[in-house]
Design a protein around this ligand. Structure first.
Ligand SMILES: Cc1cc2nc3c(=O)[nH]c(=O)nc-3n(C[C@H](O)[C@H](O)[C@H](O)COP(=O)(O)OP(=O)(O)OC[C@H]3O[C@@H](n4cnc5c(N)ncnc54)[C@H](O)[C@@H]3O)c2cc1C
Length: 333
């Protein structure tokens, strides 16, 4: 065991090529973790299945933690073994490289998705939600309970964890307006609660370090009329369906610039709507949607991203920043 623990991920890269479906570190990961990790590890999984874009290569290993304790133990073990890792939620805002993801991809999913009322103060009902809960389920649950505040999020795909981290928003609302506190875990597997005032929320960002994990959030919601909340959600979803393309995408690809025209307007004015590279295309319906027409690779989408950036920059002097997170590319995670 000691020899195993001393072996680093980098040293084992050399022999990894010999393993067909499992990375070289699979055996020593199993040896190291066997005392406390009984959960499933899925080896060599196609990430296209786990992202709304439906592109990307294989993740060497995927693990779904089901509790804070499990996650903490996993992170401690992963750290000891010096294996690269990242966390993914619903996969609706990530573009995974065709070359796939090295190391361990942790996914928060249905096994980590409890919703519970934890208190009521200052006229707000506090609802604690674990990160793996889908945002759609939370929005529906709130409507059923007659709790108002998250109607803006109706129709936004992905997990609650992803929404907390991305500060997901639409129609003038965003997560920062309803969040009371977040339980976070650092890369050492240690947890703490951060009150809303301690968070540095900004446009599509929670302002925290990469590597910090949102484990759960407490939302402050108002009691309201169930029928009115449901109707508001229905209208929001209908407006989405009207404005947004239905092809595979990650929603808006670029952040809107801090001032001036929106990213979508700039892309449209640059004459890029309908521009196609391989299977990737700038949507005819909405300029800020780079869609997978069915046969796109991650490489096609990245080439299109660069083309849009350079064209808009040349024409308007604005460098569009991706909202979508790139995983597995050089310089990314
Ligand atoms: C059709 C469509 C429409 C969309 N419309 C909108 C919209 O209106 N508004 C909007 O804001 N977004 C929109 N999006 C983008 C996306 O749905 C949101 O950003 C969503 O909140 C991402 O959640 P996720 O769980 O899918 O995150 P993922 O895509 O899985 O991850 C996104 C990033 O967050 C990190 N992450 C995920 N979970 C955690 C966690 N628990 N702790 C720490 N880091 C984490 C990942 O590492 C990654 O860097 C849309 C996407 C699609 C496909």
């Amino acid at each position: 065991m000691a020899a195993v623990a001393m072996t680093t991920w980098q040293e084992n890269m050399a022999v990894e090529a010999a393993a067909e479906t499992r990375p070289a570190w699979a055996d020593y990961f199993n040896d190291e973790m066997i005392d406390f990790w009984l959960g499933e590890v899925l080896w060599n999984q196609d990430m296209a299945k786990f992202t709304s874009y439906g592109v990307g290569g294989c993740a060497e290993a995927i693990i779904w933690p089901a509790s804070v304790r499990e996650l903490s133990l996993l992170l401690k073990g992963i750290r000891r073994l010096n294996i690269p890792w990242r966390l993914v939620g619903g996969g609706s805002n990530i573009l995974v490289a065709d070359e796939g993801l090295k190391g361990i991809t942790l996914i928060f999913g249905k096994r980590f998705a409890t919703i519970e009322v934890v208190g009521e103060k200052d006229g707000l009902v506090d609802v604690r939600v674990e990160a793996g809960c889908s945002l759609a389920r939370l929005v529906n649950w709130c409507a059923e309970q007659g709790l108002s505040g998250l109607e803006f999020a109706a129709g936004i795909p992905g997990s609650v964890g992803g929404a907390l981290v991305m500060n997901a928003g639409a129609w003038g609302g965003d997560i920062s307006q309803v969040i009371r506190s977040i339980t976070v875990m650092d890369e050492y597997g240690e947890c703490c609660d951060k009150e809303a005032g301690q968070l540095h929320y900004g446009y599509r960002s929670w302002g925290e370090d990469a590597g910090l994990i949102a484990v759960a959030g407490v939302f402050g919601l108002q009691r309201g009329d169930k029928a009115a909340i449901k109707e508001k959600c229905r209208k929001v979803v209908a407006a989405r369906m009207k404005q947004q393309p239905q092809e595979a995408s990650c929603g808006s690809f670029f952040k809107n610039p801090p001032q001036g025209r929106s990213a979508g307007e700039l892309i449209e004015l640059a004459g890029l709507k309908g521009k196609r590279l391989g299977g990737a295309m700038v949507s005819e319906k909405h300029g800020n949607f780079l869609i997978n027409t069915g046969s796109a690779t991650a490489h096609d989408l990245v080439r299109l991203m660069h083309l849009v950036q350079s064209t808009v920059n040349e024409k308007f002097g604005v460098l569009l920043e991706p909202e979508v997170r790139l995983l597995g590319f050089a310089g990314g995670n």
